[in-house]
Write a protein that binds this ligand. Sequence first.
Ligand SMILES: Cc1cc2nc3c(=O)[nH]c(=O)nc-3n(C[C@H](O)[C@H](O)[C@H](O)COP(=O)(O)OP(=O)(O)OC[C@H]3O[C@@H](n4cnc5c(N)ncnc54)[C@H](O)[C@@H]3O)c2cc1C
Length: 392
Amino acid sequence: MPDWSNWSGLVRCTPDAIERPSSEAYVAAVVTAAGARSVIRPAGSGHSFAALVATDDVVVSLEELSGIVDVTVDDDEPTVEVWAGTPIHAMGPALHADGVALLNQGDIDRQAVAGACGTGTHGTGPQLTSFSGAVRGTTVVLASGEVVTCDAAHEPDLFSATRLSLGAVGLITRLRLAVRPSYRLHERTWLEPIEETLSQLDSRIAATRHHEFFWLPGDDRAFCKSLAETEAEPDEMPDEPWERVGHSWAIFPSDRDDRFNEMEYAVPAHLGPECFLALRDLFRTRHPEAAWPIEYRTQAADDVWLSPANGRATVTLSVHEDASRDHEPLFRACEEIFRSFEGRPHWGKLSYLAPDERRALAPGWDHWWAARDATDPEGRFLNGHLRRLAGR
Ligand SMILES: Cc1cc2nc3c(=O)[nH]c(=O)nc-3n(C[C@H](O)[C@H](O)[C@H](O)COP(=O)(O)OP(=O)(O)OC[C@H]3O[C@@H](n4cnc5c(N)ncnc54)[C@H](O)[C@@H]3O)c2cc1C
């Protein structure tokens, strides 16, 4: 039997089969053939830390369904329809050929687009939502094997549930995402004392399309990163070692070669600095061994049912631990702090919340489960992790 593992190696399973369908009809056939008692779990590129994909039955990777379906630029809002298995890194150059680009991106571009939407993957920017917030339509293979295309006007509940679906609504084959005209970014990075970072934080966030920082526990400094739109050409490199200019899709991603596990919470934007200070205090007093940075980012409010940024301007804070070390003591202590700042967990990262706590933190929880259950009453897309989230 085949083995499946996530990126960090924390989540492993040995399913009966890993299917890689190469057409929408084949995806529907996989669902039909799996049989009513099999659990079916869609996989992107396995970059989630939570056990979202693991099953003993059938894992379905849509990596063969990759590429741009079409780009629509004549409406008020340009959109792209893309096959679900398309890696984000493949989208930049392909969209650029049509004069458009993704609105925002996260730290890396290795995820499949359906995987990124599946957990609400986000970058930084106070005016910008997550990938899920940019979803304008989806095509999904339901538990019945039926293929349905939905949007805000057609099957609106199904559409809302599929924008951030945890892979629990069906196998998404295509997504329509809002995009914008191509743009270039000027990146500036620098190191400074954390006090300087915090004193300038509000003004920098307000003045820059994307601003974030990584607090480095070892020397109590911050690695800051600002990205601003620019008309400069990619080869007009500023004469500074910590600056560069390039197409948005070339500037957003970083390399993440060292393996780690991660917890991230979204807190109300105005509580971000105070929450960070509480985490920093925890690291310095109770966990001096913790060496990985804390990442601080911003996100606009959205209307996605399960989104941690639902209805509120957000700051996200993430903590990391080397994949070879026990992350649980540190993460549990951090989670207590996140909870005390009204934090909501990232669906793709680690958390120890009980089902009733989850429900209280996700404004669209009941709507989402009702819409999900309506098309999958037997729970064919629910693995143990998802059942535990719901307390089932
Ligand atoms: C190094 C690293 C950096 C990261 N940086 C960021 C970041 O900057 N911002 C951020 O928010 N997160 C970040 N993450 C988390 C990551 O973006 C999310 O966990 C994301 O969901 C992973 O995408 P994936 O393609 O690997 O999907 P997977 O982890 O394989 O799956 C994610 C979810 O999507 C579902 N899914 C996948 N494909 C389909 C489909 N076709 N139909 C229906 N459901 C589907 C799965 O069932 C699962 O529930 C990072 C993770 C790592 C390891």
